[in-house]
Ligand binder design. Structure first.
Ligand code: DLL
Length: 433
């Protein structure tokens, strides 16, 4: 369902006019309120009034994670502390996690966008939402919490962890909507199965999964095992949290970006120039309504492409294709660029292996090596050694065929790869560089 028809189906021309007005306001605002941006714009010899068209966006400087670190903790805030009512932090894997701030109006916007998100996935008043995203500094839990309440659904704030207890709640409270990371959804399926639970007997109708990369193969696996429709949600703390873009349940083919609040661009991370329309590159987002911490041209490092073709759901908002990976997670194995999701796609198509894997990157001499560790499923596990060997060789051949890179494949026992209750850790980099 489209919750906000006026904002989600606006003719593109009107949308662009609104975006320009908001862009001009935000540039003006940060120029006067954030010393960092004033410096950057002055260095570029740019005054806010020089932003006259949407294309002038390209004149603006980029903002990077390093800029947030350099202004740690609160140097990027554009609102005084007596206007800030919430602080979250990004789940940085390296270095300190950087804080992000919200005014009361930012929280209103966020709740509304999350209500739109839930509605796009087919949720409505009367639904019960099992919210297994982590509550705390991570934006997943509270983002979904306020969105579900605003929609008028009943939210179960279960957060991450206590997987067996979650299985009990799924049975007893009869939630109709499940929200968590895709890897945790699969873990729930696995533990549920061990406990003899039949997902077909649950009330679950739809799941909204994100916060980490996943593939179409993983979607099929989750839909089959949990007996629900699965849609993809994308977001990042720096921009607002979850609720930047989401798939509609009608199309399930790309995530509608809430462009009345976020202005997307796709650039080539090497040249920093925009890529031709429809091509893949790094997603850059400018927030055009945020008050507490607006960001100009924030380099997300997430790799995707944008699709402006009309969608069968009726939304006019551009669709972002499934995130391919992060430009900084991209593995370069002997000169070949490899995204973990490309390997996942191959594994998901291979009968006999379970959807649990890890990639171990190492270095022998000057050469990078990649070992793919993947669990075999129970049935294949009882096969003879010869059959297992041929399964491993088959995966190795497929990866070589599709990605032109030689990897080592190690099949491991069922349930031996660590499960995650939040974001899965797929890549272990053992290189000492
Ligand atoms: O993960 C916000 C979120 C919560 C999104 C719940 C969706 C659901 P961070 O912890 O700041 O915020 O991590 C943001 O996670 O830059 C991507 O690399 C990755 N990511 C988020 N959603 C997806 C997705 C939240 N659907 C970082 N597909 C982003 C692939 C995703 N990667």
């Amino acid at each position: 369902m489209i919750r906000d028809v006026a904002n989600e189906t606006r003719p593109r021309e009107d949308l662009e006019a609104l975006q320009l007005k908001r862009l001009q306001a935000v540039v003006e605002r940060v120029y006067h309120l954030v010393p960092f941006y004033r410096r950057r714009l002055d260095e570029a010899g740019l005054k806010p009034e020089q932003i006259r068209t949407l294309d002038d966006l390209r004149l603006l400087p980029f903002t990077t994670k390093q800029d947030l670190r350099d202004n740690y903790p609160f140097g990027m805030f554009a609102a005084p502390m007596d206007q800030v009512v919430r602080i979250h932090a990004s789940s940085g894997t390296t270095g300190k996690s950087t804080p992000v701030a919200y005014t009361q109006r930012d929280l209103e916007t966020w709740a509304e966008l999350m209500a739109r998100t839930l509605a796009a996935a087919g949720a409505h008043r009367g639904d019960i939402v099992h919210n297994a995203y982590g509550y705390g500094l991570f934006t997943g839990g509270l983002g979904f919490h306020y969105g579900a309440e605003r929609l008028g659904a009943a939210v179960i704030p279960v957060s991450g962890g206590q997987t067996r207890r979650q299985i009990m709640l799924l049975q007893d409270f009869g939630p109709t909507v499940l929200v968590c990371t895709p890897s945790f959804a699969l873990y729930l399926a696995e533990v549920g199965q061990e406990l003899g639970m039949d997902f077909k007997k649950l009330q679950l109708r739809v799941g909204i999964f994100g916060a980490e990369p996943w593939t179409e193969g993983m979607r099929t696996e989750i839909e089959n095992r949990l007996n629900l429709d699965a849609v993809d949600i994308y977001g990042l703390s720096e921009i607002i949290g979850p609720g930047v873009s989401v798939e509609c349940i009608e199309g399930k083919s790309g995530l509608h970006m809430f462009e009345d609040h976020f202005l997307p661009e796709i650039i080539d991370p090497a040249t920093l120039q925009p890529v031709p329309p429809g091509e893949m590159g790094e997603l850059v987002i400018t927030t055009i309504t945020k008050e507490a911490m607006p960001l100009l041209r924030y380099r997300t490092r997430d790799v995707t492409s944008l699709n402006y073709a009309p969608c069968l759901c009726g939304r006019t908002l551009a669709r972002m294709n499934r995130i391919r990976g992060r430009s900084d997670d991209m593995l370069i194995i002997r000169g070949v660029n490899v995204f973990p999701s490309q390997i996942e796609a191959i594994l998901m198509e291979t009968p006999g292996v379970a959807p649990h894997y890890q990639l171990i990157v190492d270095r022998e001499g000057q050469l990078d090596t990649l070992e793919v560790q993947v669990e075999v499923d129970e049935a294949a596990f009882s096969d003879e050694v010869k059959q297992l060997q041929s399964l491993a060789q088959n995966i190795q051949r497929q990866i070589k065929d599709y990605l032109t890179v030689s990897v080592k494949v190690r099949l491991v026992e069922p349930r031996s790869i660590p499960r995650s209750e939040g974001k899965a850790k797929r890549v272990i980099d053992q290189r000492q560089i």
